[in-house]
Design a protein around this ligand. Structure first.
Ligand code: ZN
Length: 242
């Protein structure tokens, strides 16, 4: 079975539509969404609707939690706070109802899915370093953990002896006995220097994994954000990819 794993759409409709078209071309059996449908971008309601219809597994991220009014934005930086307040003011009640069916974590075969980290799915910790990964490998029992949250498409592997490293060769096929934490990257706001939307294709038979990059109408997304008076730094970062 081939699955597409997508994350961190952040209300960027143009990026999401381009990725959905790309997924249609490569043909998959299921789409899994790892959270952060909303926050930052100008199209939260439309993005939630598309995600809800297209994806079989749907998770919540920290921006979704705050946008739905389930948590306070006090840990958000000023621009994240400003954009989530804008989101709360425009979000339809119907959209919140749809999102209330999204989950915090999910499993499929030998795969575990969570937005931020398996150690505490509602704490929103980042897995950025080998140390972070070592801690988190102890917190799930499957061979593969898929995350988003940092918007950085990094892969950590753990050898049968327990040694954790950052995988250099991506795309890659899993080695027998090894375990992996795979960040699928971000659709709506990449932060690795490449502005193209990012997602992952996984083959559950061969355990071959490949990140895909998709160009989209970035200027259109930026124009809508400008019209909505969203923070300027969020608009310019889309073109910088960081
Ligand atoms: Zn995010």
């Amino acid at each position: 079975m081939r699955i597409a794993v997508i994350s961190d759409v952040h209300a960027n409709l143009e990026a999401l539509q381009a990725v959905v078209r790309d997924i249609d071309k490569v043909k998959v059996d299921k789409i899994v969404f790892l959270g952060d449908a909303i926050g930052y971008g100008a199209d939260p309601d439309k993005c939630v609707k598309i995600i809800n219809n297209a994806c079989e597994i749907k998770l919540l991220g920290n921006h979704d939690f705050v946008g739905m009014g389930l948590a306070s934005p006090r840990y958000f930086n000023p621009v994240a706070k400003e954009s989530i307040q804008w989101t709360q003011n425009t979000l339809k009640e119907k959209t919140i109802t749809i999102m209330s069916n999204f989950e915090l974590e999910a499993t499929l075969l030998d795969y575990y899915f969570v937005h931020a980290s398996p150690d505490d799915p509602s704490e929103w910790s980042y897995i950025l370093t080998v140390n972070d990964a070592e801690t988190n490998f102890k917190c799930f029992s499957q061979s593969f953990c898929f995350v988003g949250h940092s918007h950085q498409p990094i892969v950590f592997s753990q050898s049968p002896e327990g040694d954790v490293v950052i995988e250099e060769g991506v795309p890659f096929t899993a080695q027998p006995g090894y375990r992996y934490i795979i960040n699928v990257g971000s659709i709506g706001q990449p932060r690795d220097g490449d502005p193209n939307a990012c997602y992952l294709i996984a083959d559950t038979d061969s355990n071959h994994f490949e990140h895909k990059r998709v160009a989209y109408d970035l200027e259109k997304a930026q124009k809508k954000m400008k019209k909505a008076s969203l923070p300027e730094s969020l608009i310019t970062r889309l073109a910088n990819g960081k």
